[in-house]
Write a protein that binds this ligand. Sequence first.
Ligand code: GLU
Length: 520
Amino acid sequence: MSVVRTRFAPSPTGFVHVGGLRTALYNYLFARKNGGTFILRIEDTDRARYIEGATENLISALNWAGLAPDEGPQQGGDYGPYFQSQRSDIYRAYADELVARGAAYYAFDTAEEIERLREDARRRGAPPPKYDATIRQQMRNSLSLAAAEVRSLLDSGAPSVIRLLIPTDRMFTFQDIIRGEVSFHSSQIDDQVLIKSDGFPTYHLANVVDDHLMKISHVIRGEEWLSSVPKHLYLYECFGWNMPQLAHLPLIFNPDGSKMSKRDIQTTTEPGLNRPTGLNRPTGVDRPSGKVDPDVKYYIDAGYEREAIINYIAFLGWNPGDDREVFSLHELEKEFSLERVNKSAAIFDVQKLNFLNHAHISRLDDKVLAEELAADMRKRGVEISLDDYFLSVVALLKSRLHFRQDFVELSSYFFKHPESYDPQVVKKRWKEDSAQLLLEFVDEIAKLEFFDVAAIEACVQAIAERHAVGNGRVIHPVRLAVSGVGAGPGLFEMLQVLGRETVIKRVKRAIDIIPTLQQY
Ligand code: GLU
């Protein structure tokens, strides 16, 4: 393959869409896999939609995701500027060239005139009119008006646009790496505005000119842009340029099959949306309406692991061709190929994202996780000393964390005595003989030379055998006594981490308190 140069070319909208991050990711991965260059180009020529801070937001999201471009507004490069708003003169020159060659023309129709046309069609129940071969002669443009009039309109500074002159009765056919051969007939295409009356180019002209000037080899973007290709193809043809290779990525839908939209999320009042921060799981994403939040920030704020988000987004349309599911960004860089991107739409599956979140936490190094958790807890005002004890609690609980914020709740009894005993568990697990068995347990462990998993287990076994009961008769009440709850990590490991002194203290305390509880 010749030199690979890919680009992510967002029009900043104020938030980063899951689909946008996927486009960025695939462009990044494809460039990395093929030893190429990944470029960020900000397509900000639509001044009406300019949003303060949107570009910064986007760049910081890419940096957060680890998808830093090789060339772009921050990095610079040989093909800048990388903001389209700073390249107006370039587009204008190319548009003028098209006009000079007869491939584009001036149009003077005002927005009101075009709107009136639409209104008429609406009234007649006809489809919205296209500015194309069927009507261009009836409109006010440099094809229908006399040359002198055109000149004087231009000289007088009358508002005008430049439109592409789409040839009639032609088939536009191209190859897409994902979708194969695609064709559009010229009758489906309008005379696209290339330069707007404010002098800024439209997406189509700027995109084609920049892809060419920036030597883009592969255009990888969402399927919603597929119908723009014939216009682009024709522009490439007019300029005599080679078109980059194309890959249009499948759409991403809500679980209910609808399009992911921020509006759905903002207007819904279902619970889970205004989820308080802290211990609560991000349940908002799988609420029953079948809508998910398209804003990447939502998942970051909800506490998902960065690696899990990236891994999940990579799988929205791609798979490695076998049953492996858990990938780091680095591993994806080695595996990714456009040939393995699906044609069919992807459905956002929160359960899978949750599964990956758990998987990525399990993959973390104990020490790294401990340091990060301690830092998080300190930020919330919980004083934590990053000692061996804390490290062993983290190592013990890591495989039980679905979200890292679960740690605070799951680990609470490692840092303070249980304040209560779960009544359901008391009812189910505390039997007549529990106090006696626990007293014997305290005696046995007090005598141990080493307080470790094997020795603790042997004590439990010895007591159970002595009383001809199952081990559970000892295990469950001990767990309840030391943790206050009925579930947790393996009991023997947990007791070893807690330490003999604490275990003895808590078991004795439970023997005193539990039999006095009302529910017992
Ligand atoms: N500016 C377009 C967007 O917002 C770019 C589409 C393309 O990649 O060509 O997605």
